[in-house]
Design a protein around this ligand. Sequence first.
Ligand code: NAI
Length: 333
Amino acid sequence: MKIVVFETEKWECDILQKICCDHEIVFTEEPLRRGNVHEFKDADIISPFVHSELSGSVLECFETLSFIATRSTGYDHIDMEFCSRNGIPVSNVPVYGDHTVAEHVFALLLSISHRIPEAVNRTRKGDFSQKGLQGFDLQNKTLGVVGTGSIGKRVARIAQGFGLNVIAYDPKPDAVFAARYNVSYMDMDGLLQKSDILTLHVPGSKATNHLLSDREFSCMKDGVVLINTARGSIVDTQALLRALADGKVAAAGLDVLPDEPSIREEAELIRSFFDKKHDLETLFSNHVLLHMRNVIITPHSAFNTKEAVERIIYTTGDNIIAFMNRSLKNVVS
Ligand code: NAI
C-alpha cells in the first residue's frame, strides 16, 4: 500500500517509517492542496494534519484512496460526508495532549495578564520603563470554560492552582468532575454573564459555528478576556472585532483563526514574490497585530510540544497498522 504523509518534519518521518516499514511511504512538508493532489493521486492511505484541504473535490482526485489517518483530534477539516459516501474510514488522535493545549491556554492568558509580549519587545529595545505595562491578577477572577472534554477539564484543574473560580458550560456536564474540582456548571448565557475570562474547548462543527457572535458578546461582562485554542470558526471574527473595538472584550489570545488554510495560502502567495530571507510569518503576524494591538495570536501551535507530537505520531502509526490489519482504531464519523 502507498501511504502519503502530509505536513511532516524529518524526525516524525523517521518514526513513521519504522512503524510502517513494510509499505511504500512518501513524506512531504506540504499540506495537501488542490494544486498538488495530482502528485499523490495513487495514494491508498493519506495522513494529513489540520492545514491540508480535504474537501470532496480534492479527495475525489485520489484513484484508490481507502483510509485517512488525520494526525489531529479535530476532523472538521475533512469532508466526512464524502468519506462516508465513498466508504473511506477516517481515524483521528483522540487524546495526545490535553495538558499540552491547556498549558498553552495559560501561556496566552498570562501573556495577556502580565503584558509579556509588550514588556519583552520593550526590553529588547533597551527600554526598561514600566509605564503602561500594568496587568491584572488571575487570582479570584472567574474563568468560564466552554466545553469540558479532555482539554476543558485540564484547564479547569490548572485554574485551581491560580486561585481562579471556575464555572463551565457543556451540554453533557460531568457532575463527578465538577464536585471533585469545585467547578460550577451553568447555562451558556449565565456563563457569559459571569466570566471575567472565557476559554473555548468545543469541537469545530456546524453546531458550534459562530457560537460566539454579537448576541453572545453583548451578554458578556465589559472587559472580558477571550482565549480560543479550539477552532477559529467558533468565534464570529467580525463580531469579535466589534467587541474589541468597543472595549467589551479587553483582550484576546487566539491560537486558531477561521480559514487558516487560506491565510497560509496568502502567505505562500506572498512568499513567491519575496526573497526567501524575509520571515513572512512574522510580517503577517505584525500585520495582524498592527490592527489588533490587544490580541495575541499563535499559529495553531498549542499542540506543538515534542512530547505531544511524539504521541500523535505513535497513535497515527497504530491507526494505520490497525487499518492494514482490518481492525480499525480511533475511527470518527
Ligand atoms: P473533547 O471531545 O474531549 O471535548 C469537547 C467537549 O465539548 C465535550 O465535552 C462536548 O460535550 C463539548 N461540547 C460540544 N458542543 C458544545 C457546545 N455547543 N457548547 C459547549 N460544549 C460543547 O475535545 P478536546 O480534546 O477537549 O478538544 C476540544 C477541541 O480543541 C478539539 O475539537 C479541537 O478542535 C481543539 N484542539 C486544538 C488544538 C490546538 O493545537 N489548538 C489541539 C487539540 C485540540
